[in-house]
Design a protein around this ligand. Structure first.
Ligand code: FAD
Ligand code: EPU
Length: 342
């Protein structure tokens, strides 16, 4: 195991924030994870678990041990007539797992194509996009408590999944390390085309074929195209996707807002609440495309904050706070961060 001291995390987070970890270790096997967690030199240090760094904002040097999880492996662990149960190591790249499944026509995660990051982080915020969330295909996950190094398997109920949320983002943040995730996928996929413009886009590309002749590969391709056209590539400009969650408000409050802002986009949820696109609220406050020093709001998507090169984490946080204040002032809605501030 190669434990590095005073390690720069600049290339380990998609915002490209240049801070240092006191110690850094890259873990590719469960045995090494057990070793490092029980090592007397590191046992009592604060820990930060890291995957691809695509959903974190680092605001300072990290005084402790950063554990990058790179555990590999994709295997079928169980099968029946309808389903296949795929277990993947936490260090696998999420999109590689999607492609692996799409190639074999195992349906369920094609709508989650091209989400950056690792398999291990995916349940952490119950990743979601284009009408699908990982919780809908989730079977179980395995991992270790950082404190006592006890192993545990979590079933779906125990994960407390919700919109961009789970027990791992709350009580167990940096206290439980996910080492593998098992998904239940369908051998006879049904295409999920109900979100936004997917149906329109897929019809354009279908070349006269009927929708029921199309495959999950077609869906994955269309979603990759949509995502590439909307969201900035972190390899070109530092960002972490949506900075805030889409807020939910009571139906009554939405009706009042609608009177003052007839264009406000919202969709009804089952719990008598309405979900509103935070990007629209932010754009209405005039932030879209705005630059503040080395930070800014992306010109194509108002929910994505960017680092133009040398921004500090604290500067991005300060921009986020100004945005939050102006949205609260104009709409009376308080935005909640989606990303993990460290
Ligand atoms: P990291 O950023 O490394 O970690 C995120 C959090 O998970 C941290 O708190 C970390 O401590 C914890 N963590 C990481 N690995 C583990 C582990 N093995 N065990 C326990 N805890 C762990 N998200 C969506 O849901 N939908 C989208 O459509 C979407 N689009 C995006 C587009 C762009 C351009 C970008 C940059 C990000 C986008 N995201 C999206 C956010 C991000 O891709 C996901 O949250 C992803 O799951 C993060 O994976 P990661 O490996 O990079 O996690
Ligand atoms: N919009 C604006 N201005 C903008 C961008 C969008 O007004 O600059 C409005 C438009 O009305 C548009 C609507 O917002 O129709 C929706 O935009 P989009 O489809 O991009 O979805 P989103 O609500 O902004 C959410 C997720 C994304 C996910 C997409 C697709 C959250 C916080 N974000 O974004 O996830 O990819 O839906 O399902 O839920 C992420 O979590 O990092 C992420 C990128």
């Amino acid at each position: 195991m190669n434990i590095q001291k005073n390690y720069s995390l600049k290339n380990r987070n998609t915002f490209g924030i240049d801070v240092k970890a006191q110690f850094f270790v890259d873990i590719a096997a469960e045995e090494d994870l057990q070793l490092i967690l029980t090592d007397e030199n590191f046992r009592h240090l604060p820990k930060l678990i890291l995957g691809g760094g695509s959903n974190i904002l680092l605001t300072d040097n990290f005084p402790g041990l950063v554990i990058k999880i790179s555990i590999p492996g994709i295997e079928i662990v169980k099968e029946d007539k309808e389903s296949v149960f795929i277990k993947a190591g936490a260090g696998e790249i999420w999109h590689s797992l999607v492609l692996h499944c799409v190639e074999r026509n195992f349906g369920g995660i094609e709508n989650l194509s091209l989400i950056p990051g690792t398999v291990g982080a995916a349940p952490m915020q119950n990743i979601g996009a284009y009408g699908q969330e990982i919780k809908n295909v989730f079977e179980s996950l395995e991992g270790y408590y950082t404190e006592n190094v006890g192993k545990k398997i979590f079933n779906k109920t125990e994960c407390s999944f919700a919109y961009r949320d789970s027990i791992f983002k709350r009580e167990l943040k940096n206290k439980f390390i996910i080492t593998s995730v098992t998904l239940q996928l369908s051998k006879s996929p049904v295409l999920n085309l109900d979100y936004g413009t997917i149906r329109e886009e897929i019809e354009k590309l279908s070349g006269g074929r009927r929708i029921d002749e199309l495959s999950i590969k077609n869906v994955s391709d269309v979603i990759c195209n949509i995502r590439r056209s909307k969201l900035p590539d972190p390899a070109r400009i530092g960002n972490a996707g949506s900075f805030f969650k889409n807020p939910e408000v009571e139906e009554e409050k939405f009706a009042v807002l609608k009177k003052s802002f007839p264009e406000i986009p919202g969709y009804k949820l089952r719990n008598k609440k309405v979900k509103i696109h935070a990007a629209w609220l932010i754009e209405q406050c005039g932030w879209k495309g705005k630059r503040v020093g080395e930070t800014g709001v992306h010109e194509r998507h108002a929910l994505v904050l960017v680092n133009y090169g040398n921004a500090k984490g604290s500067e991005i946080l300060s921009l986020a706070n100004s945005i939050r204040k102006s949205v609260e002032k104009k709409f009376g809605i308080r935005l909640e961060e989606e990303i993990n501030v460290v």
